[in-house]
Design a protein around this ligand. Sequence first.
Ligand code: THU
Length: 126
Amino acid sequence: MKELIKKAVEAREKSYSPYSHFKVGAALKTKSGKVYTGTNVESASYGLTVCAERVAVYKAVSEGERDFEAIAVFTEAEELTPPCGACRQVLWEFSKDILIILANTKGNKEMRLTELLPFPFERRGF
Ligand code: THU
């Protein structure tokens, strides 16, 4: 998964984060072997900011891909950066047990979405 982390590192360079100055890169691998990258895109209307992970998912889904194997998330923060709650729910929509690779300049850690989102919201009677 080194290659996927490398793509997340590269994606982070494109971050548009003039408000938080927190740059995030994501690289999402489909089960068919393709990789879609994403970076965080902020807005002067702060709540409109979109995380790197969701940008990668939306790029992939809009190209017809819905089955994901892994996503790497890279920041230069001291601590590894796990996907926010909103991104966990969006990832879960498409791949319930996706491998999540958290990486920074010091190292990386692999987790499963089922660990990060053990009790997701799901369709109930609608
Ligand atoms: N952010 C991400 O892109 N992914 C995460 O997993 C956490 C947060 C972004 C959103 C915002 O642009 C900045 O990081 C600070 O919250």
